[in-house]
Design a protein around this ligand. Structure first.
Ligand code: HEM
Length: 217
């Protein structure tokens, strides 16, 4: 018997998205900025700089998805209950009250441009998946770790709080991905865009990693 090469047709889209972005995911998870942040070695300014980049990205993602919510592919995922812009604003009020909200970040600009220029609903779904399923997965643990590292008593962590239960929501989300019934080429385009989304997140982390000396706690 030839060794098993699993034909693409037997993998669902949700599995392909997860499996084919695994190495990118692991790289993001182990970026120096993230590791230092979760080990309690990044100061408030570092976390604020992270939030400011997320603010730009989520504003663009949420504006773009809302504007395109009647596209049938986007419609299957559009859900205002996921939106993070208001939670980021609330967290910034906690972490940096009264300070400027704009950030000069080439990585955030590149990320925003990529989302805003997406000319196909499937590409937007790839960006939607990469952020929100991440927030509903590892994001939940990150919130708890930050709570301990900064002794926050739960304050300033709205970004990690969702109104829905994560597990059933993620299961439903993956079922909707698999019900999209895309042909193989389009499914491959979605997976490719997930990898692009991870690379854009990595670039955000790289920018923050370069600033680590200024964030020492
Ligand atoms: C320290 C940082 C991170 C940790 C500890 C972490 C951890 C995890 C864990 C444990 C899961 C699996 C959860 C499950 O089985 O339901 C997961 C899933 C996921 N993470 Fe992360 N993650 C991190 C960073 C990121 C980043 C930066 C992104 C992208 C922006 C991301 C995107 C995702 C996505 C999209 C999934 C869902 C995979 C799927 O089930 O399809 N994660 N993460």
């Amino acid at each position: 018997m030839p060794s098993a090469v699993v034909p693409e047709a037997v993998r669902s889209l949700s599995v392909a998205m997860r499996e084919d972005s695994r190495s990118e995911h692991d790289a993001a998870e182990h970026s120096s900025f993230m590791s230092e942040l979760l080990n309690g070695r990044v100061n408030e300014q570092g976390y604020v700089d992270y939030l400011l980049r997320l603010r730009a990205v989520y504003r663009t993602l949420e504006d773009t998805v809302r504007a395109r919510r009647h596209d049938p592919v986007v419609a299957a995922f559009y859900d205002p209950a996921l939106e993070r812009s208001a939670t980021i604003a609330a967290d910034l009020d906690h972490w940096a009250p009264g300070s400027a909200r704009e950030v000069d970040s080439p990585a955030a600009r590149a990320y925003c441009t990529r989302i805003a220029d997406a000319d196909w609903g499937g590409a937007l779904v790839a960006h939607h998946y990469t952020r929100y399923l991440g927030d509903l997965s590892g994001g939940q643990a990150i919130g708890r770790i930050l709570d301990r590292a900064f002794a926050l008593g739960g304050a300033g962590l709205s970004f990690y709080e969702f109104p829905m239960r994560a597990k059933p929501y993620k299961d439903g989300y993956r079922a909707r991905l698999d019900a999209l019934d895309l042909d193989l080429d389009d499914a491959a385009r979605v997976v490719d865009e997930v990898k692009v989304a991870f690379a854009l997140n990595q670039a955000l982390f790289d920018e923050l990693t370069a600033n680590l000396p200024a964030y020492r706690r």
